[in-house]
Design a protein around this ligand. Structure first.
Ligand code: FAD
Ligand code: NAD
Length: 477
């Protein structure tokens, strides 16, 4: 809009990398009066990841869970420059970032290096494969929106291929076997959503196949959802049993082949399980650009899990770079909750730093003015002294910079059959609940934390549509 202030060469430039939870929270809360802001991300939208498993089975439509980044920037005092591009390299010593447009359609200019005064590094993480052979080639991930869209297609493709005439029983069983690797919240939520799809829709449209669909959840540890309390783990495992979801704990995937997955089971034996669809949800790993940044700061960046930051979220080993969200290795779990609070904190911190610098300049000017004053009326000197005192007070306040403090609001997960689990902090203890009431709480908590009225309307109308007409089982491509 015309009222937005343009780029100001006298202000510092903050470059934000990413448009996920951390970067969007930062942008939303930032006062752009104080800085020029440039945001670079390969996707020009924010993705509400908690509802991504619902997109993968068609409970929600893809566009219901995304919001354009320009929408987030629309009310800012100063115009935010948003570039749809991927950062390829950060040079923290020269204070510049090389970015490139890697999308299908490119203009003549599609690669450049941009300078920054302050860098906010919020590129998230990618899915961990541990270098296990065949994972990248044969499995589906559940991290980004195109992953969920691909998954939805693949589920239907398996079912249609199983329905092909004269398919042998063994081949039908293989095609209808959906294996989910990783018993963290992503794997558990997707398994629950997939179960709902079978129960609610497959039975109506493919009655001859519905009973053939089998879901297996494979987890290397002794139980699923290690971040939840004991009783909720048991509740999830018993709910999965009722839903016919087989949970193979202490089972480690060793290799993924074209049509089978090789596992080492809880007895230490090697087994080969045939599958039609394999979903890989085995956690996070740093992106290549993050590993490259660490390699440039070898003395300080020594944690393979992610970037090390201090209590003020400053990257260790270099000035003027802040890192937030899943790209960091901190004592907190890599969650949207942490990323959001870090983004909000950093927005406030940069505002405070700008204020402090402004007051320091003002104080220097006032002091200079006072010392340079010729003999004159006493009143002016007195006024000046009062003003200095007031600026010093404000400066002392602005200089009190507090470290980042995370406040945990609880953990929530959907487990299928209109049931959810919640571990909520309650006074000094913990309140654990699971079931249908928790599901209603889960839905209302997520609807209220969606970023816009548009998203809330779309998500609620998708839920209503599914209730009335079921999920759409037609394939789009
Ligand atoms: P992201 O949100 O992943 O954002 C990273 C951004 O960086 C993206 O915009 C990406 O396009 C961009 N980017 C990538 N590479 C580059 C590059 N080279 N240059 C510039 N930009 C780049 N957490 C919860 O607390 N509650 C939940 O219920 C929950 N549910 C989840 C469900 C699923 C299916 C998944 C996958 C995760 C879930 N999480 C949940 C975890 C949560 O999504 C992450 O912790 C959160 O997304 C981290 O935020 P982030 O900003 O660090 O990373
Ligand atoms: P995760 O790291 O939480 O879980 C991955 C699981 O995969 C682990 O339990 C691990 O033991 C298992 N695994 C790894 N390699 C394996 C192998 N070869 N064979 C068998 N099992 C293997 O990953 P996630 O579920 O994607 O979650 C990532 C982050 O996002 C976490 O911090 C999580 O809390 C957060 N998240 C939260 C929610 C929620 O709050 N509802 C939902 C999704 C994700």
């Amino acid at each position: 809009p015309a009222w937005q202030k343009p780029f100001d060469k006298d202000k510092k430039t903050v470059v934000i990398l990413g448009s996920g939870w951390a970067a969007t929270s930062m942008l939303k809360n930032m006062d752009t009066e104080e800085y020029n802001v440039v945001l670079v991300s390969p996707r020009n939208y924010f993705l509400f990841t908690p509802l991504l498993p619902s997109v993968a089975v068609g409970t929600l439509e893809p566009r219901s869970v995304i919001q354009s980044t320009r929408y987030v920037a629309r009310h800012k005092a100063r115009r935010v420059s948003i570039y749809e591009a991927e950062a390829l390299k950060v040079d923290p010593h020269a204070k510049q970032v090389t970015i490139a447009d890697l999308s299908d359609i490119k203009g003549d200019v599609n690669n450049m290096t941009i300078p920054y005064d302050i860098l906010v590094y919020a590129v998230g993480a990618e899915t961990q494969t541990f270098g296990i052979p065949g994972v990248k080639e044969h499995s589906c991930f559940l991290k980004e929106l195109p992953d969920a869209e691909k998954l939805r297609e693949r589920v239907m493709d398996c079912i249609e291929s199983a329905a092909f005439p004269d398919q042998s029983e063994a081949e039908v069983d293989r095609l209808m076997h959906m294996i989910v690797v990783g018993g963290g919240p992503t794997g558990v939520e997707f398994s629950g959503e997939l179960h709902d799809f079978i129960k609610d829709d497959l039975r109506s449209w493919y009655p001859e196949l519905a009973d053939k669909l089998k879901i297996t959840l494979v987890e290397a540890l002794p139980n699923v959802l290690p971040m939840f309390s004991r009783e909720l783990i048991q509740y999830t495992e018993s709910t999965f049993k009722e839903q016919n979801i087989e949970v193979l704990t202490k089972t480690m995937v060793k290799e993924v082949k074209d049509k089978t997955v090789v596992v080492k089971n809880d007895k230490g034996q090697i087994e080969e399980l045939p599958y039609g669809l394999l979903v890989w949800a085995a956690g996070n790993v740093s992106r290549p650009i993050t590993r490259d940044l660490m390699a440039q700061l070898p003395q300080h960046q020594t944690n393979r899990r992610g970037l090390l930051v201090d209590d003020y979220l400053r990257l260790l080993g270099v000035n003027d770079v802040y890192a937030i969200g899943d790209c960091t290795a901190t004592s907190y779990a890599p969650t949207a909750q942490v990323a959001t609070q870090q983004g909000r904190y950093l927005a406030r911190l940069l505002g405070q730093i700008a204020k402090k610098e402004e007051l320091e300049t003002k104080l220097a000017e006032l002091r200079g003015e006072r010392s340079g004053l010729p003999e004159g009326p006493e009143g002016k000197v007195k006024n000046n002294a009062e003003e200095i005192e007031s600026v010093v007070k404000q400066l002392n306040k602005a200089s009190k910079i507090r470290p980042f403090h995370y406040s945990h609001q609880g953990s929530l997960a959907y487990i299928g059959s209109d049931k959810a689990i919640a571990d909520l902090p309650f006074f000094n203890g913990n309140f654990a609940s699971g079931g249908v009431a928790t599901f209603l709480f889960w839905r209302s908590a997520y609807v209220s934390s969606l970023f816009s009225l548009r998203n809330r309307t779309l998500v609620m109308s998708d839920w209503l549509k599914v209730k009335l007409f079921g999920r759409d089982v037609s394939r789009e491509s």
